[in-house]
Design a protein around this ligand. Structure first.
Ligand SMILES: NC(=O)c1ccc[n+]([C@@H]2O[C@H](COP(=O)([O-])OP(=O)(O)OC[C@H]3O[C@@H](n4cnc5c(N)ncnc54)[C@H](OP(=O)(O)O)[C@@H]3O)[C@@H](O)[C@H]2O)c1
Length: 286
């Protein structure tokens, strides 16, 4: 393990859930944590925690690429003032996504999600790679779902994850000359505000869909929501993800993938099956 007093990380989406828990945990381990949020009130709340290693940076909305240069300047300036040479890790965590059958997806929301998870993340990589190269052991960490399998009604989240998987693996190869690994932290069910919000959004969004189309799915969606009650009761605390993020950042040679959270292992198993078999097993559940 390196001397973490002289290292910094940038984590996106730190207002709540996994990002918030990870920012706090890493800062308490001695890393300087640049914790990005979209809203000043969330930056203020982070400042209120009085953690000397926790540095909120705001605003960073990943759909607004013009937000990135000022954040980069802040990270450089604050790192220099702390005697830190570069960025040990960029942690892509920000994301939303919702629950809806593909036929009923809100296209604006879907587009924003792809922009956040894919285009915005690539823009961040492009901006921060020079800083990451300045450290001996820089890396890029991606918070993802547990496996790339087709899961009904959450395609807006999983479609982005399929593409994130591609980006992470491709970057690992392209950045090999500089020894910059890309690590996926593949999360099963984690207890964050996102879970409750997505159910609420589902029923609200359904009201604004053409009702003849919504009616086609209403029964299946209710059954799906009912089947998630047990899953939700077993979700894992985000602090467990934070521990894995720390492990991935501290390890001299991090693994390309870490798994954490409720049902993460089962989902990874389904991904390991031949695609047609995995798809058949999943379709039997619905
Ligand atoms: N919870 C799970 O079971 C689970 C499982 C697998 C993977 N994940 C992934 O883990 C990540 C974190 O999710 P979470 O469960 O911790 O949810 P969360 O508590 O809702 O946190 C999501 C964070 O992303 C931020 N965000 C959303 N859109 C953004 C944008 N355009 N630009 C910048 N920040 C944005 C949110 O900021 P605001 O507060 O401003 O909206 C918030 O800080 C997501 O990528 C999610 O897909 C979660």
């Amino acid at each position: 393990m390196s001397n973490q007093q002289n290292e910094a990380v940038l984590i996106t989406g730190c207002s709540s859930g996994i990002g918030h828990a990870s920012a706090l945990y890493l800062a308490r381990q001695g890393l300087t944590v640049f914790a990005s949020v979209r809203k000043e009130a969330d930056a203020e709340a982070l400042r209120g925690l009085n953690e000397p290693n926790l540095v909120p940076v705001c605003p960073l909305d990943l759909t607004m690429h013009e937000h990135i240069p000022p954040i980069l300047e802040t990270v450089k300036r604050e790192s220099e003032s702390r005697g830190i040479a570069g960025l040990r890790a960029l942690v892509h965590n920000a994301g939303g996504g919702g629950v809806a059958p593909v036929e009923l997806l809100d296209l604006d929301a879907f587009s924003r999600e792809l922009d956040t998870r894919l285009v915005g993340s690539v823009a961040l990589v492009q901006a921060f790679l020079p800083l990451i190269r300045r450290t001996d052991s820089g890396r890029i960490v991606w918070i993802t779902t547990p496996s790339i399998i087709p899961t009904p009604y959450v395609a807006s989240i999983h479609a982005a994850d399929f593409a994130v998987n591609c980006l992470a693996r491709t970057l690992s190869i392209e950045l090999k000359p500089w020894g910059i690994p890309n690590v996926m932290i593949r999360c099963g069910g984690i207890q964050t505000p996102a879970a409750e919000r997505t159910y609420d959004d589902l029923w609200i969004n359904l009201k604004s869909c053409p009702q003849d189309k919504a009616d086609l799915y209403r029964k299946a969606l209710q059954e799906w929501a009912d089947s998630m009650v047990d899953f939700d009761a077993k979700r894992t605390a985000p602090e467990k993800v934070a521990e894995i993020v720390h492990k991935a950042i501290s390890a001299a040679k991090p693994r390309p993938r870490y798994s954490v959270g409720h049902m993460a292992g089962a989902a990874a198993f389904l991904e390991a099956l031949p695609q047609t078999l995995g798809d058949t097993i999943l379709s039997m559940r619905f």
